[in-house]
Design a protein around this ligand. Structure first.
Ligand SMILES: [Zn+2]
Length: 214
């Protein structure tokens, strides 16, 4: 991918950050920081600094999700070429595909499982009363982000993790890896077209509100 900067290694895996990451980090910092400033006016200028911390922890959550996939792959003897963070997402690039449907299933599901575990831990921390003020707000926000990372990625269409889970299940049932890929790709295309159709429908359904803006 163009615009990737290598920033070191994690557990021996080359770690890259795409330039788009910095743009999103700036937007997220302003957005989170603005939200914290509105909720806690006494924070003053440090609200933006806390927004930056929240943004970095959000990307930390994406990174842990990718490390989940990576460790599951390494456990099965599959090398990880790189981990790259870009926009709101990440990508763990694997050396090879899993040899068995079980291996493919666990590599695909490991990332969402990490996100789900982080959601549960952060929710307990946020609800426990251990944290107060902005720290509690940030913990609640990160819990929500990790829930989104777990659920959105489990939508069962390729190239999402859920698509790889579906692929592994069809592969297991039929004994044919390519049938799994075809099914998961078709569902992915269907979900993609449905999303485009619903956006188009919404834009058709709202000309009045656009016109009333004048
Ligand atoms: Zn994933």
């Amino acid at each position: 991918m163009n615009g990737n900067f290598r920033v070191g290694s994690l557990f021996g895996i080359p770690f890259f950050i795409n330039i788009s990451w910095f743009i999103v980090l700036a937007l997220v910092t302003l957005n989170f920081g603005g939200g914290l400033a509105a909720q806690f006016p006494w924070l003053g200028g440090s609200a933006i600094a806390l927004g930056l911390v929240a943004g970095l922890l959000m990307f930390g959550s994406v990174l842990l999700h990718e490390l989940g996939h990576s460790f599951a792959a390494i456990q099965r003897g599959i090398g990880v070429n790189s981990i790259t963070l870009f926009l709101f997402g990440g990508l763990a690039s694997l050396d090879d595909e899993a040899k068995t449907p079980g291996g493919a299933f666990w590599i695909a599901v490991a990332g969402p499982l990490v996100s789900l575990a982080l959601f549960l831990i952060l929710s307990i921390v946020a609800a426990s009363g251990l944290l107060t003020g902005p720290a509690a707000t940030i913990a609640g926000l990160l819990a929500y982000i990790n829930l989104i990372l777990a659920t959105f990625n489990m939508i069962p269409g390729l190239p999402l993790d859920g698509g790889n889970v579906l692929k592994s299940i069809v592969w297991k049932i039929t004994g044919n890896q390519y049938k799994g890929i075809i099914w998961a790709s078709r569902v992915g295309q269907f979900i993609g077209w449905s999303a485009i159709a619903s956006v188009h429908y919404q834009s058709l359904a709202s000309p009045i509100s656009e016109a009333s803006g004048h």
